[in-house]
Design a protein around this ligand. Structure first.
Ligand code: ZN
Ligand code: FE
Ligand code: FE
Ligand code: ZN
Length: 273
């Protein structure tokens, strides 16, 4: 449909205040998208767990409200020419696979994003409050080994349409020594096998590392392997919608990408950008 026209990327990774660390009415995110020339967007707030778990995700009781908010945003989008999709950023946690399956059946999702934030049952790799504990317990090498092992498992679960912020553990600037392709290669092979896409996430530019997720080398390896790509802002506030998209587009094109993935009803199509 959009194949002949160069379209601005869809921005599918946006949060809502239901996760307690994002601000702004979803309709304001829609207005922000319209201002950036983004014609398709989606919400993907942090997935609920089946009971009390942590303080940075929506509660399971709030899931109906989330669906309602996205509906409100979709109705608003129709008045400003922005298509709004329904997604969820789902935490992959070992031992919770059946809950992820259950969640997948609870709403007519357009896509599910797979994320690894938890290194262990208690330690969150990208949470500033957990940073000193993570650093005290693991070397950078150990953090990356654990993270990527979980990331590969998440992909292999085949539960997700695309994977979030691939090299998230670099957020605070602590990286293992040497060539990091050794961490990327198994993840890319798993994405090929599972037919899963991934995102360039521009939020890294707002973090201490001040770089896109993932690194250029990951992007080039993924492009060569034919893994589909999405560009996301991971907006937690309306003014972050579509943030740094020109940079991400340039980097994606430079890596050889000519098309980006779009999702509806959990099916994927590719569009020139
Ligand atoms: Zn968040
Ligand atoms: Fe995330
Ligand atoms: Fe997110
Ligand atoms: Zn995120």
């Amino acid at each position: 449909m959009l194949g002949r026209v160069m379209a601005a990327p869809a921005d599918y990774h946006m949060h809502t205040p239901l996760c307690h660390h994002a601000v702004g009415d979803p309709r304001e995110y829609v207005d922000a998208a319209a201002r950036c020339g983004i014609s398709e967007m989606g919400f993907a707030c942090h997935s609920p767990m089946d009971g009390p778990f942590d303080d940075w995700r929506m509660a399971i009781e709030d899931l109906p409200r989330y669906l309602e908010m996205v509906d409100e945003a979709r109705a608003h989008g129709e008045t400003v020419g922005v298509v709004v999709r329904l997604g969820l950023e789902v935490d992959y946690l070992r031992g919770h696979e059946s809950w992820i399956e259950e969640l997948a059946s609870r709403a007519p999702w357009d896509y599910l994003i797979g994320s690894v934030h938890y290194l262990t049952d208690e330690l969150v790799v990208d949470h500033p409050d957990h940073l000193s504990q993570v650093q005290a317990r693991y070397t950078a090498e150990e953090v990356w080994e654990r993270y990527w092992e979980l990331y590969v498992r998440a992909i292999q679960s085949c539960s997700f349409d695309f994977m979030a912020h691939p090299d998230l553990p670099k957020k605070f600037g602590r990286l293992p020594e040497g060539d990091l392709d050794r961490f990327y290669t198994p993840a890319i092979a798993a994405m090929v096998e599972a037919d899963t896409a991934f995102e360039i996430n521009t939020a890294g530019l707002r973090k201490p590392i001040q770089a896109l997720y993932p690194a250029d080398s990951f992007l080039r390896l993924a492009q060569a392997a034919g893994v589909p790509l999405v560009i996301s802002s991971d907006a937690h506030a309306p003014d972050e919608v579509g943030g740094h998209f020109p940079e991400a587009v340039a980097v994606a094109k430079d890596a050889g990408y000519t098309r980006l993935a779009r999702f509806t009803g959990r099916s994927r199509t590719l569009h020139a950008f």
